[in-house]
Design a binder for this molecule. Structure first.
Ligand SMILES: [Zn+2]
Ligand SMILES: [Zn+2]
Length: 163
């Protein structure tokens, strides 16, 4: 920093790229950094933490639920959580059958062709579904909407993404 003490020291948040005055109000402490402050501003840090916690909750639910189902059929998972998130994104976090927007805790993972009927445990055979559709569908085979049909439906209904 410059020797000029009248000039306030600033720091650019790596995430939102705002240049903020370097103080406790704008940045959290981080002793591992040279300037003693975290590299993201406080509001970005809060956002990152809540994103992380939400994703982590989804991840846990997803792994627990699908492990239970797969164990029943003696299967091991063929796709990763990251692929599942891509799927959720493609469907705009909506049910693949009715197109309703889903909150993270309402999402279920549905096998289009049920595992009990020899359906493959792949992303291609999986869609996000609301509990209602998943339960009603049970062991039947329904043709799910495509991601673009879901988006179209949402546009027509004037709904915004849930997540
Ligand atoms: Zn920021
Ligand atoms: Zn549904």
């Amino acid at each position: 920093m410059t020797a000029n003490n009248t000039e306030k020291e600033t720091k650019t948040c790596w995430r939102c790229t705002r240049e903020l005055e370097l103080n406790d109000i704008n940045f959290g402490k981080d002793s591992s950094r040279r300037d003693g402050y975290a590299h993201a501003c406080r509001s970005c840090t809060r956002q990152l933490v809540s994103d992380y916690q939400r994703k982590n909750r989804e991840r846990k639910r997803f792994w627990n639920r699908s492990s239970r189902i797969r164990r029943r059929y003696g299967l091991t998972r063929e796709f990763s959580f990251a692929q599942w998130l891509l799927k959720l994104n493609a469907f705009d976090y909506s049910c693949g059958y009715c197109g309703d927007p889903l909150q993270p805790d309402q999402i279920t993972e549905d096998h289009i062709r049920p595992l009990s009927k020899g359906g493959a445990d792949t992303t291609d055979n999986t869609v996000p579904a609301c509990r209602h559709c998943n339960c009603t569908k049970a062991r039947n085979e329904w043709q799910p909407l495509t991601p673009s049909q879901v988006k179209q439906l949402r546009r027509v209904r004037g709904e915004k993404a849930a997540a």
